[in-house]
Ligand binder design. Structure first.
Ligand code: AMP
Length: 189
């Protein structure tokens, strides 16, 4: 199964992605996690990405696309994967389409986790306190939500038109949301 999980920052994408990829036995590919790993290790990619992440902006498409191309070309992705946080721009959609086409693959589903925006801000503020993330100050949170609605929300319509979009209510307990998500993509475990 090849899946894509979308939703605004704080929608619970990472948590749900981990649960669903675990049930399906496919790798969970989070571009945010890969960037954070590189930031932590001080690699050139991490040094470049941090500037954008700390401001709540997107890392440039060419950098992000190359990173994803490399990741989905790894052997563990041959039987499927779950993309979390990519694509986030129309240009990234075009690149992903090209990568999939070259491999003879296609996406089975795009899942959008829908949430209440006030609830999301609350979750992000709490996560900032818990994890000490430098991209979770209130000002940066607002910018990240703004960038999402400007650059990423249009992708929902795009995938909707392709008939592979499934919208899942992301509010409520983690297990409740996971159950809705499984039902939406037709898996029963
Ligand atoms: P996330 O953990 O998915 O919210 O990602 C954290 C940050 O990493 C984002 O705010 C962006 O700065 C960067 N990032 C993650 N995925 C992408 C992407 N697909 N395109 C550009 N920037 C990204």
């Amino acid at each position: 199964m090849r899946l894509l999980l979308m939703g605004p920052p704080g929608a619970g994408k990472g948590t749900q992605a981990q649960i669903v990829s675990g049930s399906l036995g496919i790798p969970h590919i989070s571009t945010g996690d890969i960037f954070r790993l590189n930031v932590g290790q001080g690699t050139p990619l991490g040094i470049e990405a941090k500037r954008y992440m700390d401001a709540g902006e997107y890392v440039p498409d060419d950098v992000t696309n190359a990173m994803v191309r490399d990741r989905i070309g790894q052997p563990d992705c041959a039987n499927g994967f779950l993309l979390d946080g990519f694509p986030r721009t129309v240009e990234q959609v075009g690149e992903l389409d090209a990568m999939l086409r070259e491999a003879g693959w296609s996406l089975d589903y795009v899942v959008e986790l829908t949430v209440d925006i006030d609830e999301v801000v609350g979750r992000l503020v709490k996560r900032a306190a818990d994890q000490g993330r430098t991209d979770d100050s209130e000002e940066v949170i607002r910018r990240r939500l703004e960038v999402y609605s400007l650059q990423t929300a249009p992708l929902i319509e795009l995938y909707g038109a392709r008939g592979i979009l499934r919208q899942v209510d992301g509010m409520g307990a983690v297990e409740e949301v996971a159950a809705r998500l499984r039902a939406a993509i037709g898996i029963d475990h």
